[in-house]
Design a protein around this ligand. Structure first.
Ligand code: OGA
Ligand code: ZN
Length: 370
């Protein structure tokens, strides 16, 4: 651990220098607002009310004790105690360490010869194995859990260890089987081209889980592609299309006799830094594009171009899910689909559910940070 070498102050800040060369500057108002002693002892939420002091607050006195900086503020009777290791760890400008921040691997088929596989029993028994699986699910956008017991609930039971399920108009879990009166093409035996689920929702579901209960049909292999790899290539090779698809919002809609769920969003979503943060791609529930006529040809040119790119074999990996396997994939990044199947040839039954990104991130942290 780095030692504190010096403490200086002026009218608004403390300057601290550590033996590893770290220089850090702490505005007084920041220190007053983040007094570690002014958190609720149980909830650890901040109790300090920022409006109770002036922004130009400064210490009445201060001293350095062996492992603490002690500061007496005018508005508080007791001294505030700032542990030096806390000050180093939380210095302004440094983001809190986060095991849920994982470096991402954008893949083409050649980069991912097999979907990362994790034993469900080991994940249930060992928090560190589960964390590894979740971090891999973030890195590559998908993993498979295998060895689930012969129990229709087994996938959900593992899901419970990860986070609570997102409920949608299709239910908390949904049964992907060939149904007589389907309200979704997934509930037929048709081939499903690569897509992401539910772009029509205000909050697009984060991770999708598909637990294979039975699969004895001819056909029906699952197909996946990394949307972020595809969008990265699109950005490099067809920047105008990329800009159009990230700039134009289009309407998405699911409706049946019970629900009419609509949202406008762009196909490619960027964060405030201009980096990829989501892909929403599902031709089946793209509503009638209501762009001005003058934009429609450009839109279709870019949209069809992306659709063709998404289907290129170089991006596509296939895996036929067997009973006892559950795939988990990032529904805002990885496209999924399936080959058509012959419903007369056997039974195919996947049970699906969604868990939001936040829940997965939270589980990684709680299993990592003691
Ligand atoms: C779905 C879906 C794929 C499959 O349920 O969202 O796309 O393999 N299913 O049946
Ligand atoms: Zn789907």
């Amino acid at each position: 651990m780095s030692e504190l070498l010096s403490v200086d102050c002026d009218s608004t800040v403390f300057h601290l220098v550590w033996s590893d060369g770290t220089h850090a500057t702490y505005p007084y108002i920041w220190l007053r607002d983040n007094d570690p002693g002014e958190l609720h002892p149980h909830t650890r939420e901040r109790l300090f009310d920022l409006t109770s002091v002036s922004l130009d607050i400064s210490p009445e006195s201060w001293q350095q004790a062996s492992a603490h900086l002690l500061v007496k503020w005018h508005d508080k009777s007791s001294e505030s105690i700032y542990p030096l290791d806390w000050l180093l760890e939380n210095r302004p400008g440094k983001h809190r360490a986060d095991p849920a921040v994982v470096s991402l691997n954008y893949w083409s088929a050649a980069d991912l010869p097999a979907i990362p596989l994790f034993d469900a029993r080991l994940c249930r028994e060992s928090g560190s194995t589960l964390v590894e699986a979740l971090q891999e699910a973030k890195r590559h956008g998908l993993v498979i859990f295998d060895g689930l017991e012969d129990d229709d609930q087994a996938g959900e039971n593992l899901g419970e260890l990860i986070g609570f399920k997102r409920r949608t108009n299709f239910g908390t879990t949904f049964e992907v089987v060939n149904k007589p009166s389907p309200n979704n093409l997934a509930y037929t035996a048709l081939a499903l081209p690569l897509h992401t689920d539910l772009p029509n929702q205000e909050q697009v579901p984060g991770y999708q889980f598909l637990h294979c209960l039975r699969n004895s049909v001819t056909g029906g292999a699952s197909v996946f592609a990394d949307g972020f790899r595809i969008c990265t290539d699109l950005r490099a090779q067809a920047p105008d299309d990329f800009d159009l698809l990230s700039g134009l919002q289009i309407p998405w809609r699911f409706h049946d006799e019970n629900d009419d769920v609509r949202f406008r969003r762009s196909i490619i979503e960027l964060d405030s830094m201009g980096d990829l943060s989501g892909l929403a791609f599902n031709a089946h529930i793209a509503d009638v594009p209501d762009l001005p006529s003058s934009q429609l040809l450009d839109f279709y040119q870019a949209y069809q171009g992306l659709m063709q790119r998404i289907r290129e074999p170089q991006y596509r990996i296939c895996h036929t899910l067997g009973p006892g396997e559950m795939v988990m994939f990032d529904n805002r990044r990885v496209l999924h689909g399936r080959e058509g199947f012959d419903p007369g040839s056997g039974e195919r039954h996947l049970r699906g559910f969604y868990v939001e990104h936040n829940e997965v991130n939270s589980r990684i942290r709680t299993l990592t940070i003691s």
